[in-house]
Design a protein around this ligand. Sequence first.
Ligand code: ADP
Length: 403
Amino acid sequence: MIILVINCGSSSIKYQLFDMKNDNEYNVLAKGILEKIGLPDTKLKHNPTGKEGFSRVSPIADHKLGMQVVMEALIDPVYGVLKSFNDIQAVGHRIVQGADFFDKSVLVDDDVLEKIGICCDFAPLHNPAHLLGIAAVKEVLPDVPQIVTFDTAFHQTMEPKAYMYALPYEYYEKYHVRRYGAHGTSHLFVSHKGAEFAGLDINNSRIITCHIGNGSSVTAVKNGKCVDTSMGFTPLEGMIMGTRCGNIDASILPYLMKKENMTPDEATAMMNKKSGFIGLSGLSSDCRDLCGFREQGNERAKLTLDKLVLDITKLIGGYIAEMNGVDLICFTAGIAENNAWLRRDVMANFAYMGIKIDNEVNDATRGIDRIISTPDSSVKVALIPTDEELVIARDTKHIAESL
Ligand code: ADP
């Protein structure tokens, strides 16, 4: 089944075209990204598998036109991989926020669209863009089923004690203020793949997954189900990230808003865009840059990276206790996949309980599934590159086939 997986951001469309035979047998036919939609220098990067790709800059005003450009790239006589649009049998979309409406992927219908719309309140940058993407696909492929996969769905198994804030209960009832988590598709993929790779029965396992990228979250997965996760009402909660502050004392907010005369929107932007690595270091939001500055002896870069290690350590430690033990710890996403020092330093904080990293294997590993702990380590530690698009393609296939 030919499946197009779409991830629409506010000014971008990322896509991957799959030829899915079954859950584990598939080919990626092409992938690409259209960036800066709405600006004069909209850029399309299209990479067909097995042949040369192309990149082109020309203004594209909106998502509808953007989707047409993506489709045209897919059927282009030189760079394309399909004969016609009609070869696409289903489309799967990544949706950032499904709140407590959705605990699994579903077929798009009017009710689903309405609920994704209600969730715009909790994800104002993402959900409106997803709706634009779904509408744009409907224009180009009116008869093709569209399926939506939610980044929050995997976390819906959390118990109230994990998802409730100790705020007046009426705000939960009136405004749905609770913890929803994020990166769920990645935590689902990595925990299941990690269990398989480490020879564990997912239904009888305690796994901690660390998705450490530009956005970062850590999740506790017991018997295949999420029991706790570090992101909350929005992806701002939890650990230090590229531009997000993670957990802070909430009283800082009214204090700074008064001192700096900030509006709520300005305060939100400060915490989401000007904090984290960039805020604390004053240097960069990119981990590679910070590692370079630290090597040159920069103290603020060192402080920032030390805090990164500490935040991950505290989350892992808490989740080990919450699950009364752990069988496997998995690292994934841009920072964790590419920085052996980070995996080594975090895991060194668990030497007390007998976790041991094989430094030679760890140092040599990036971007592939690999156990990085020693055979006599008390707990297995693995690097498992994430593949959220594959999860979306699998769910899309299952739902489209059942129609
Ligand atoms: P996103 O949340 O945007 O998907 P990623 O998972 O791609 O983010 O992670 C981006 C982060 O990964 C950046 O901080 C970047 O510095 C880091 N990163 C990516 N590749 C490397 C690399 N080769 N070496 C070190 N760090 C890397």
